[in-house]
Ligand binder design. Structure first.
Ligand SMILES: C[S@@+](CC[C@H](N)C(=O)[O-])C[C@H]1O[C@@H](n2cnc3c(N)ncnc32)[C@H](O)[C@@H]1O
Length: 257
């Protein structure tokens, strides 16, 4: 398993990851903190999204913002290794170093790559069968990250997104956001010995993220088809899936006057 580099450039989530690796600073505690914040429920989300990813028809899977490899480990445990390749990528070297450790038994299947999900010049256009991104889209420039996913996917390729979403009942959604606003920075601050910066970004991302319906429309407006979503845990998160149009469909679109 090798870590390949791609050229550095600023991150549009308003932190300069080259000089301030906010996620790198919490990398060693990230998985335990996820258990604390979600009372362990993130494991169910990750299991479900891993099932969905593994069930898709792909030879090459690219996972953006892979973090500690928690989801890709679950995919690797499910996916047949025959003729399959997984590229697990992230912008944080420290996160990737942990992912490398965790995925060491799956070296044949998984390679690690330092990539900015907003701009992945080392990944060829139309070269990937399936692209997944989990709990990372909300801290990226969403428009750039979705455009980049569309570029790297082969025609007919599949997109799978696990991300924060909305509970359709307003009062419950508000109560959840209050809980997160109080607990996330406080626990993050305590657990990191006074550095809650990563959790502030995550919280901001959760608050500002579109509803499941809005994200579905956004994916369609970028050109994705067959957009569907599944709410998990009342809608705290949702899994969106979509398909890049086939070659013929893309040709028809460009030929239509
Ligand atoms: C909340 S963690 C999610 C990690 C993993 N997908 C999971 O679900 O456990 C967010 C990850 O996104 C990464 N990240 C943030 N901005 C990124 C970008 N522009 N490109 C790639 N990764 C990014 C962070 O380094 C961090 O590892």
């Amino acid at each position: 398993m090798t870590i390949k580099n791609s050229p550095a450039r600023p991150n549009a989530a308003e932190f300069a990851w080259q000089v301030d690796d906010v996620f790198g600073r919490i990398a060693s505690r990230y998985d335990q903190l996820s258990d604390v914040f979600s009372f362990g429920i993130h494991r169910l989300w990750k299991r479900r999204v891993a099932q969905r990813i593994a069930a898709e028809n792909w030879s090459t899977l690219l996972d953006g913002a892979t973090g500690t490899g928690d989801i890709i480990l679950r995919v690797a445990q499910r996916a047949s290794t025959r003729n399959r390749t997984i590229i697990a990528s992230d912008i944080s070297k420290k996160m990737l170093a942990i992912a490398e450790q965790r995925l060491r038994e799956h070296k044949e299947l998984v390679s690690l790559c330092l990539l900015d999900a907003e701009n992945m010049p080392s990944i060829g256009s139309s070269s990937i069968d399936a692209y997944s991104i989990s709990l990372g889209l909300k801290i990226c420039n969403r428009r750039l990250a979705i455009q980049e996913a569309l570029r790297v996917l082969k025609p007919g390729g599949r997109l799978i997104i696990l991300e924060a979403s909305n509970i359709p009942w307003n009062f419950l959604n508000r109560a959840y956001l209050v809980y997160m606003s109080v607990c996330m920075p406080m626990l993050g601050w305590l657990a990191t010995g006074g550095d809650a910066s990563a959790y502030k970004y995550l919280l901001q991302g959760i608050r500002d993220f579109p509803t499941a319906e809005e994200l579905a429309r956004e994916l369609e407006s970028h050109g994705f088809e067959e957009v569907q979503f599944e709410r998990l845990s009342l809608g705290i998160v949702a899994i969106h899936t979509a398909r890049k149009p086939s070659k013929a469909e893309l040709q028809n679109t460009t030929e239509t006057p």
